[in-house]
Design a protein around this ligand. Structure first.
Ligand code: NOJ
Length: 487
């Protein structure tokens, strides 16, 4: 039953974008998901509560369709079908995440869940049996609620607790997993969660910056645990995945160009400079701007918690490659006089007083923030090289969302095709981009947008208990692309 609709559509679709741009033999293709968005089984066995479980159950009105992730794609039970889909697509790797409260129900490393441990063992082994490499994200936003009650990323102890969790993960799965992402998109987890969700009434950024600092320390400690205790025998790679919105100046004026560069340091540099730059620490433009704004606002100290020299050294260089999530671009400008500012992620840069907006000529996917500007990925990649040298870059997320039930998703196909074309141009320009990950293998719980936004190569029917997965036209396109290795 499960297979029938899938096969019919699989056979009837044939799409080619007609060009023959070839990918180098070493370039890898994959797709991604994240535990909270697909697993469901939110309170099954001894799983602990995560911060998004609590948030959604307490404030269901925050989710646009009033839904929750209690069942989601039910991947906790349907993992074999997920592996089958990865194989149908011909993925070379599948990026998924481990749920911290599923593996460690209390958050602490002294209590490992047998069921949690076995679930990820089955997933990893099943992928490897099909020749698909697992790329594992250790944390994709599901902070144990027990720790969130203590401040979560704002609590300085969190970096030790996270490093202990990472040690458990490496020791359980490091013999088979060779590519690790410690933390996914700290920008969204810190700036959105602490800036808009938790501290909505806070006038200025305090929580997001505390989170920002501790998340970097947490990543660094987890990196060192791998480096010192596991790398010698397992020889894997570790990085953290950042969400990079490419920021273009609104005009060619020097003022706009400088503002755009400062905004890049605020939105990207705040989470990358400490790790990837030669000097480490905060970007100086961020330090200066937050200190100035804090003073003007009458705070005793800057709201940006400083790093000690020891902390700078601890974090600097803790990467084996650059993991980049990229979807979209914004134009940067100063607010106009008497302009009403929307203070939220991707619309306004706090402490820089910079407005981010879409160019009206760019099409927008179903999800509010996803303006389509394919050249942005190439410009973003070039900036990374200019900032941090010729580091290996793995695109760990890129994708397009539609709304409603829609198997004929030509817009998604064009998006992937056009973005990948720009990636190929980057490679031609000599940037070391080694792979591409489509977000996401199947429709899933899109955080505050519930099941409204659909990013999947496979459509999931959330109205039936089977959570039937059906390939879209884009699944066929992506499978062919991977097979031919050309656009
Ligand atoms: C980034 C996040 O990592 C992922 O969880 C989210 O679903 C996608 N972007 C799409 O918004």
């Amino acid at each position: 039953m499960l297979w029938l609709p899938a096969l019919i559509i699989w056979a009837s679709v044939s799409h080619s974008c007609g060009s023959d741009l070839q990918f180098p033999s070493w370039f890898k293709f994959g797709a991604a998901s994240a535990a909270f968005q697909v697993e469901g089984a939110w309170n099954v066995s001894d799983k602990g509560e995560g911060k998004w479980d609590r948030l959604i159950h307490r404030y269901p009105e925050m989710i646009t369709d009033g839904s929750n992730a209690d069942v989601a794609c039910n991947s906790y039970y349907l993992w074999e079908r997920d592996i089958e889909m990865a194989a149908e697509l011909g993925l070379q790797f599948y990026r998924f995440s481990i749920s911290w409260p599923r593996l460690l129900p209390t958050g602490f490393a002294n209590n490992i869940s047998e069921d949690g441990k076995n679930y990820y063992n089955k997933l990893i082994d099943g992928l490897l049996e099909k020749g698909i490499e697992p790329i594992v994200t250790i944390y994709h936003w599901d902070m144990p609620q027990m720790f969130q009650d203590l401040g979560g990323w704002a609590n300085p102890k969190i970096s030790d607790w996270f490093a202990e969790y990472a040690r458990v993960v490496y020791s359980l799965y490091g013999d088979r997993v060779k590519n690790w992402i410690t933390i996914n998109e700290p920008l969204v987890d810190c700036d959105f969660y602490y800036g808009e969700v938790l501290a909505a009434k806070q006038e200025h950024f305090v929580g997001p910056y505390m989170c920002n600092k501790n998340v970097l320390l947490s990543h660094a400690k987890a990196y060192h645990v791998y480096d010192q205790e596991f790398r010698p025998k397992y020889k894997g790679k570790v990085s953290l995945a950042n969400h990079l919105v490419w920021l273009k100046p609104y005009s060619n004026s020097t003022e706009d160009q400088e503002l755009a560069e400062a905004a890049r340091q605020f939105l990207t540099g705040r989470y990358t400079h400490a790790v990837f730059s030669k000097e480490g620490g905060w970007p100086s433009v961020v330090e200066e701007a937050v200190a100035k704004a804090s003073k003007e606002q009458g705070y005793q100290d800057t709201r940006l918690p400083p790093f000690t020299q020891e902390e700078i050294e601890l974090i600097r260089g803790t990467y084996d490659y650059f993991a980049m999530n990229h979807y979209t671009t914004r134009l940067v400008r100063k607010p106009r006089s008497s302009e009403e500012i929307v203070r939220s992620l991707f619309t306004y840069v706090e402490d820089l007083d910079a407005v981010l907006e879409m160019d009206p000529s760019w099409p927008v996917g179903y999800t509010w923030y996803t303006a389509v500007y394919p050249e942005g990925i190439r410009e973003q990649i070039a900036w990374l090289k200019q900032q941090y040298g010729n580091v290996e870059i793995l695109i760990t997320e890129n994708g397009y969302s539609t709304g409603g039930s829609n198997l004929d998703d030509d817009a998604r196909i064009s998006y992937v095709n056009d973005y990948l074309e720009q990636v190929l141009l980057s490679i031609e320009e000599g940037v070391n981009v080694t792979g591409y990950t489509y977000w996401t293998i199947m429709d899933n719980f899109e955080w505050t947008d519930g099941y409204n936004s659909k990013f999947g190569l496979y459509e999931v029917d959330f109205s039936v208990p089977e959570r039937t997965r059906t390939p879209r036209k884009s699944a066929q396109y992506y499978a062919q692309l991977i097979k031919k290795r050309s656009l």
